[in-house]
Design a protein around this ligand. Structure first.
Ligand SMILES: NC(=O)c1ccc[n+]([C@@H]2O[C@H](COP(=O)([O-])OP(=O)(O)OC[C@H]3O[C@@H](n4cnc5c(N)ncnc54)[C@H](O)[C@@H]3O)[C@@H](O)[C@H]2O)c1
Length: 251
């Protein structure tokens, strides 16, 4: 913990109503960031608010569906309205449903692409002129092991969407690097959040056994890496997609 690591920084975190996004919002605020937390889950947002209040953080909570470009623009506008800048964008919100190829409906394909791909494109497009003006920005996208290695059991559109996140990350890194803006991604696996609702205890135990460090991932593991990539310590890292899976998958 470095209490001043994000002093003077404003961080916009999507999907901060639970899971890794919530942990990240709390941790970044504890290290001095002013955090803007967006989610569609109003109850989750209220939980995050309570956590931020408990540590006297400076924060803004906004209900926002990232698959709606107007709502994304509005949330980023409110951020600038309150804080006058936006230094860090963490595209963490995502949708995963467990379905076989045959069970993957048009609706699920559309929703997954709308949230996991379009949501990220909208947010990056919106922050780009702001970060260019500042000559400073950190963008961290959340991909997945499935974006590199394909889906094993989840809907096959999920892996497709997370593969797109990797391509987006590299394009943005190339195009915005000259403006003092870096863009990186993390590729997690087996992090115990509500998203992993379809893993029963037997599956969790079996997976932990297959992971070289012999445990599943935690939201704190993810938050630690996202904070590093969002910090000035990572200023020469650009266009990377960092595996975070205990050694289960390496490339
Ligand atoms: N848990 C894992 O093992 C794992 C592995 C690889 C990648 N990921 C990725 O990590 C990210 C965070 O996942 P998590 O495990 O914390 O999941 P989670 O389900 O606990 O949290 C996801 C959050 O995103 C929010 N969200 C969903 N759709 C949204 C929308 N349209 N607009 C705004 N917010 C929306 C949800 O309400 C939720 O609060 C996701 O992108 C996920 O795909 C997770």
């Amino acid at each position: 913990m470095r209490p001043d690591r994000f002093v003077d920084k404003v961080a916009f975190i999507t999907g901060g109503g639970q899971g890794m996004g919530q942990q990240l919002a709390v941790d970044m605020a504890r290290e001095g960031a002013r955090v803007v937390v967006v989610d569609i889950d109003v109850q989750g947002l209220e939980e995050t608010r309570t956590l931020l209040e408990e540590q006297n953080s400076d924060y803004l909570i906004i209900e926002c569906d990232i698959s709606d470009d107007v709502q994304v623009a509005d949330a980023i506008g409110k951020t600038i309205g309150k804080y006058g800048r936006l230094d860090i964008l963490v595209n963490n919100a995502g949708l995963l449903r467990n379905a076989t190829i045959e069970e993957t409906t048009n609706d699920l394909i559309d929703k997954t692409i709308d949230i996991n791909i379009k949501g990220i494109l909208y947010a990056i497009r919106e922050v780009t002129p702001i970060m260019k003006r500042q000559s400073y920005g950190r963008i961290v996208n959340v991909s997945s092991i499935t974006g590199k290695n394909g889906d094993n059991s989840t809907t096959f559109v999920y892996g497709a969407s997370k593969g797109a996140v990797i391509t987006i990350t590299r394009s943005v890194a190339r195009q915005l690097g000259p403006f003092g803006i870096t863009c990186n991604a993390i590729a997690p696996h087996a992090v115990m959040t509500k998203m992993m609702y379809y893993w029963d205890d037997a599956k969790k135990d079996a997976m932990a056994e297959k992971i070289p460090v012999k445990r599943l991932g935690t939201v704190k593991d993810m938050s630690n890496l996202m904070m590093f990539l969002s910090s000035d310590d990572a200023s020469f890292i650009n266009g990377e997609v960092v595996n975070i899976n205990g050694g289960y998958y390496m490339d």
